[in-house]
Write a protein that binds this ligand. Sequence first.
Ligand code: SAH
Length: 244
Amino acid sequence: MQRYFINEECIKDSYIYIDAYNHKHMQRVMRYQNGSQVVCILPSLKVYIYEIIDIEKGVLKQLNEIEENHELDVDVTLIYGLPKNDKFEFVLQKATELGVKRIVPFLSQRSLIKMDEKNFLKKKERYLRILKEASEQSYRNCVPILEKPIHLTDIKDYLSDINLVAYEETSKQGEHRNFHQVLQKDYHTITIIVGPEGGFDQKEIDVMKSMGILECSLGKRILRSETAPLYMLSVIGYSRELTR
Ligand code: SAH
């Protein structure tokens, strides 16, 4: 059943007066009729079945609540060295499918695009739409949070129980055990940090280490910057959901 994330202002008692964007989707894409049912996730993160009672006006009536949780049992924050724009959008979509909770763009020394806050805000609406659609499509119970771009020293504000930076030089030196070992610990939150196309500067890694962040390898091959976060999220998903 099709899923929609609903904003607070659309809800009135047991009715939803759907926003223009979702309304268009229901009418034009899904071609729903009165009586069609959809899954709606409310701002409380509760999940309900709703019935469309007026497709022309976009009115839905609440039926029953359903118990379901498709979220990872740990909160993953991805701090991602900003790559070129289309790669960033690709990672937003795929990381959402893989269960990321929060994405923090990181203006690293070798980021090819120099995105300032104004530039980011211009694109933010489009990014949020990508996150929302990927969340609906992948049966998420919430939409990941997108933070504004940060600099190296701000990383300390986004740390978790476990903190890992994927560092290509660690891989080249043949140290491959850290990622697996750290995932055996008891934790509820984890921050993973990935560099842009040009990789990390050793000085950046030194600052991160001084914050208690552990460097790790992602295997013997060097992955493109858009592959690396997806690999890390897949490994975390595997260790939390498929091995217990
Ligand atoms: N241009 C660099 C590679 C950058 S890859 C070089 O040739 O060395 C982009 C980012 O992906 C890296 O900064 C790192 O965070 C991550 N990454 C890719 N492959 C990795 C690996 N095998 N081990 C650890 N991190 C890796």
